[in-house]
Write a protein that binds this ligand. Structure first.
Ligand code: HPA
Length: 251
């Protein structure tokens, strides 16, 4: 029974490459939906690192694939039932400012839900969580300090910022990117927020880490492609693996 759950974002699927464990395809788990995105596998991987039991979600589900937010966040509820206490959410994101450079890792300190959707809409199950959950510390501040200490010890440059989620799947226009910057966001992506909302609701401690794969539209003159996102994931795998291992060791 795992105590830590790790959700791998686009291009970060290599994390489990050298680990031994048990792999269960989503297709074999009741009510799990299967990810359709290239670069995302679709299985839960149960393993142990530094004596800590860990479940890794290899490939996440996205709203833009046509799933309901309840489908996307169902795995988080399963993790809670399995006994998970800490959830590590990772993603690929576009930078909204020059200082946040592709290949940087950004610790998520807060988020902006720009989807106009909420995974908690519907009848509330009071046995799981409150109807109106507080959202003031969903990326748990004590864990953010722990992650910063890990990064320092490993010699990894770690930025910190606000992640904004759009539904996707189209990337943003330059005008939208300017607006998101004005709203106080530092990075933009198409995931993580629903899972973080449900994790907070369920009382899980949550860490969010973005791999900055590109400058968002209009910040640089280059056009965006999913290929570029996946490639940057591969480039940053070593740094990312080092940081996540260090976090798991210290949790
Ligand atoms: N925008 C939205 N999602 C993303 C981006 C981006 O620029 N890069 C990686 N995921």
């Amino acid at each position: 029974m795992p105590e830590i759950a790790l959700v791998l974002g686009s291009g970060l699927g290599e994390f489990t490459k050298n680990l031994n464990g048990i792999q269960i395809p989503y297709s074999e788990i009741p009510d799990f939906k299967v990810s359709t995105v290239q670069g995302h596998k679709g299985s839960l991987f149960f393993t142990e690192i530094f004596g800590k039991k860990l479940v890794v979600m290899q490939g996440r589900l996205h709203f833009y694939e046509g799933y309901e937010l309840s489908d996307i966040t169902y795995p988080v509820k399963v993790f809670k039932k399995l006994g998970v206490k800490t959830l590590i959410l990772t993603n690929a994101a576009g930078s909204l400012q020059k200082e946040l450079v592709p290949s940087d890792l950004m610790l998520i300190k807060d988020h902006i839900n720009f989807t106009a959707k909420n995974p908690l809409i519907g009848k509330n199950d009071d046995t799981l969580g409150e109807r109106f959950p507080d959202m003031s510390d969903i990326y748990t501040s004590s864990l953010r300090n722990l992650v910063k200490t890990c990064a320092k010890e490993e010699g990894i440059c770690l930025k910190e910022g606000v992640y904004l989620m759009t539904t996707g799947p189209s990337y943003e226009t330059p005008a939208e990117v300017r607006m998101f910057g004005l709203l106080g966001a530092n990075a933009v992506g198409m995931s993580t927020v629903p899972e973080a909302i449900v994790a907070n609701y369920l009382g899980l401690q949550t860490i969010g880490i973005s791999l900055i794969t590109n400058y968002a539209s209009g910040i640089s003159s280059e056009k965006l492609s999913h290929k570029e996102v996946v490639e940057m994931g591969n480039i940053a795998t070593e740094k990312f693996t080092k940081l996540v291992n260090s976090i798991i060791n210290k949790l």
